[in-house]
Design a protein around this ligand. Structure first.
Ligand SMILES: [Fe+2]
Ligand SMILES: [Fe+2]
Length: 339
């Protein structure tokens, strides 16, 4: 039986008897791209088997969520150096030189940290020659921020065909949200600056997981959103039974992201569900401002607005939003120019 992967289109010949051993409906990961291949025996001719077709019998809601959560382990882990750095920065005894030594143990990350350190945004253009030097010039806090950026850029750079995002789009949107969240926290509550930046950077990581399921249901998603009145977020809830923000919370658990960031990430589209959690409102507003600015958005980016309750909670007005949009665009442009 000829089976073709719907994701990478690699074809395989598998004896029908071998598939029948597992029943009428078999699902397995593609050996080449790890995408999900499903075979429904008896509903297709052997030559014409299309490995995956969105059918009304496909699970949604809790059943699908459980299945999807099993694939969270397919995601690359947060680099070990990021986890150790978190422990180091929480300890009173460690110095910035300890952090620099730790970063130097991962050469790929260290090279990326140096590249960003030399960008125009961090103000030391072309003059930082080593991680130790960067730690002296920039200090522990900024060095830790650069490390977070370096780790996230490799995780969030993927193309998301289901969401209509090219390679690098999610990364640009995440960077814009992080930059805007930091700018907003600086104005509203400076004690939240670092958390706002980190939460903004990874708030949409659930999209990395959901993308393949959306691609498999492309037709249904397109049909649901065809009149331009409904967003991807509404389509996720309607057609899958949950959204990328819920899945993001699970991914963050796996990456051992601090608990105080997980709630704001989980509710970044519905911050009032966390009552007066200021970080959740900041991440929500920053996400909407990044989307309204059109930086790295998918095809429905312009449909998202700041929740009026969040505007009120953060005491935001339209002139402040215009300033934040300009600051965000400037931050993204300057940081990207170094990468
Ligand atoms: Fe989102
Ligand atoms: Fe977002």
């Amino acid at each position: 039986m000829r089976i073709e992967c719907p994701h990478c289109h690699k074809a395989y010949n598998i004896p029908e008897e071998r598939i029948k051993k597992y029943g009428d409906h078999v699902a397995f990961p593609c050996p080449a791209c790890k995408g999900r291949i499903e075979v429904h025996l008896g509903t297709e001719t052997p030559q014409g088997v299309h490995p995956h077709r969105s059918t009304p019998q496909e699970p949604v809601g809790e059943t699908l969520k459980k299945r999807i959560l099993r694939t969270v382990s397919d995601l690359p882990p947060m680099p070990q150096v990021a986890q150790k750095a978190r422990e180091l920065t929480m300890s009173d005894k460690s110095t910035f030189s300890d952090l620099a030594r730790l970063i130097e143990t991962d050469q790929a990350i260290a090279a990326r940290v140096l590249k960003i350190a030399n960008s125009s945004y961090y103000g030391v253009m072309g003059s930082v020659s080593s991680i130790q030097h960067a730690s002296v010039v920039l200090g522990m806090k900024t060095l830790n921020e650069l490390l977070t950026l370096a780790c996230a850029s490799s995780l969030l750079g993927a193309e998301l065909k289901g969401y209509g995002m090219n390679a690098g789009d999610l990364w640009r949107h995440s960077l814009a949200t992080a930059g805007c969240a930091r700018a907003l926290a600086t104005k509203k509550n400076p004690s939240l600056v670092d958390d706002a930046f980190s939460a903004g950077l990874i708030h949409d990581c659930g999209k990395l997981i959901l993308d393949r399921y959306i691609l498999e249901r492309k037709q249904a998603f397109e049909e649901f959103m065809k009149d331009g009145q409904r967003s991807f977020l509404e389509a996720e809830k309607k057609l899958l039974g949950f959204d990328h923000a819920e899945i993001a919370a699970e991914v963050c658990e796996k990456w051992q992201i601090p608990k105080k960031l997980i709630g704001p990430i989980q509710y970044h589209h519905t911050p009032s569900r966390l009552n007066s959690n200021e970080l959740a409102h900041i991440v929500h507003a920053a996400d909407a401002i990044a989307l309204m600015s059109g930086i790295g958005s998918g095809f429905d980016g312009m449909m998202y607005q700041i929740d009026p309750k969040a505007m009120e909670f953060l005491r935001l007005d339209s002139s402040q939003i215009s300033v934040l949009m300009a600051e965000t665009a400037d931050y993204v442009e300057k940081t990207l120019s170094s990468l």
